[in-house]
Design a protein around this ligand. Structure first.
Ligand code: 5GP
Ligand code: ZN
Length: 125
């Protein structure tokens, strides 16, 4: 399925063609950094910083624009905080960011927050 058609599918419980749905639902034996009722966190495949963890909802949500559940939104942010503490970033600081849409650099159309840290991070523009 193309990422464009995947993006149009919006919210649904599980998309078997979506890699993050498969990871989040335990199909790919990925080790979780942290987990809550509606979200999981796992290391990025190609880290761009010493700590680079992805926090994703278990349910398929294509991007931030599609996130319509405040409970899941709160859980994603609190899991990101938990990850930062678990990875020792509380003393130094860290970045939490999401790319929504292809023009913003989104390549996987299942909502994810990047938790980045462990080094000085460059500016955003
Ligand atoms: P985006 O560009 O959509 O904001 O971020 C997608 C991120 O997912 C990238 O940092 C990329 O390295 C990561 N990624 C892509 N495929 C996989 C995968 O199969 N497993 C994991 N753990 N990360 C992935
Ligand atoms: Zn998905």
């Amino acid at each position: 399925m193309s990422s464009a058609s995947q993006q149009r599918r919006g919210n649904q419980s599980l998309d078997e063609n979506c890699i993050f749905c498969r990871i989040a639902n335990g199909e790919l034996a990925t080790e979780f950094v942290a987990e809550s009722e509606h979200a999981v966190a796992f290391d990025d495949l190609k880290p761009i910083a010493p700590v680079h963890v992805l926090v994703v909802p278990k349910r398929h949500v294509s991007g931030l624009r599609e996130l319509d559940d405040p409970l899941v939104a709160a859980e994603l942010l609190s899991l990101a905080t938990e990850v930062a503490e678990a990875r020792g970033l509380f003393n130094t600081g860290y970045r939490v960011v999401t790319n929504d849409g292809e023009v913003a650099g989104q390549t996987i159309f299942h909502l994810h927050f990047h938790v980045l840290g462990g080094q000085r991070l460059g500016g955003m523009g």
